[in-house]
Design a protein around this ligand. Structure first.
Ligand code: SAM
Length: 219
């Protein structure tokens, strides 16, 4: 058991050390004002995305599931000044419009691209165009995580990073009584990545769970 007041979690403790981030706070407020679901990536994982993009020198970023642009901004912030590009795939046109607006207001309008529609179709189109990416963030419909992972591996430059959020599904992943399609897909996804010879993988168990992987490639 944690020897701390019950309302303090490891995540809330570390989050409390950081100053309020005006740009991310504005995005959260815009999501609320539009009555959209408040399910942006957790702040600690947002910081991790920025860090990983910056540390790996990734230039071409792909996110699957844009919502209001919170994770998009976290990803874009890791790019070197004036360089690189973020491509976001989003099913809902009104969400894509807000995310585009928020990214433009944060100064990334010229370097971000929004593709509206079911992500599996958009990924097939990107593959047909021969596009390749250095960094993937998977954060859309959970049933398709196994599909998105296969696309990511095919679209990956050597040593590309794949991050995927919500691998715990608020504990449902661990509960054998839960057998819905999202839970089954996430269990399949978690198990498959753990033994995939094409990947170097780690599962982070904080917040709602994050999968991190590097696609080995040839280099
Ligand atoms: N990554 C966002 C962030 O942290 O700011 C949050 C994304 S939210 C958890 C999931 C998003 O995936 C929603 O905006 C939803 O509309 C989108 N989505 C759901 N199914 C999709 C699909 N089949 N193709 C593309 N986007 C989808």
């Amino acid at each position: 058991a944690w020897n701390s007041p019950s309302e303090t979690t490891p995540e809330s403790y570390f989050d409390s050390l950081y100053e309020t981030d005006p740009e991310l706070t504005r995005i959260e407020r815009s999501i609320r004002e539009h009555g959209m679901p408040e399910i942006s990536v957790e702040p600690g994982y947002g910081r991790l995305l920025t860090l990983l993009v910056a540390a790996t020198g990734a230039r071409s970023l792909l996110e699957i599931g844009a919502l209001g642009g919170y994770s998009g901004l976290c990803l874009a912030r890791g790019l070197p000044p004036g360089e690189g590009r973020l491509t976001s795939l989003e099913l809902k046109p009104e969400f894509a419009a807000l995310a585009s607006r928020n990214l433009a207001e944060a100064g990334y309008g010229e370097r971000s691209e929004m593709i509206v529609g079911p992500a599996a179709d958009s990924l097939a189109a990107l593959e047909a165009e021969g596009r390749r990416f250095d960094f993937f963030f998977i954060d859309a419909d959970k049933e398709n995580y196994p599909v998105y992972l296969e696309f990511a591996i095919r679209l990956a430059n050597p040593r590309a990073i794949v991050a995927a959020d919500n691998t715990l599904l608020r504990g449902r992943t661990l509960n054998p009584g839960k057998q819905g399609p999202a839970v089954l897909a996430i269990r399949e996804f978690n198990k498959a990545v753990a033994s995939d010879p094409r990947l170097v993988t780690a599962h982070l168990p904080s917040y709602d769970g994050l999968l991190l992987a590097m696609v080995k490639g040839e280099a």
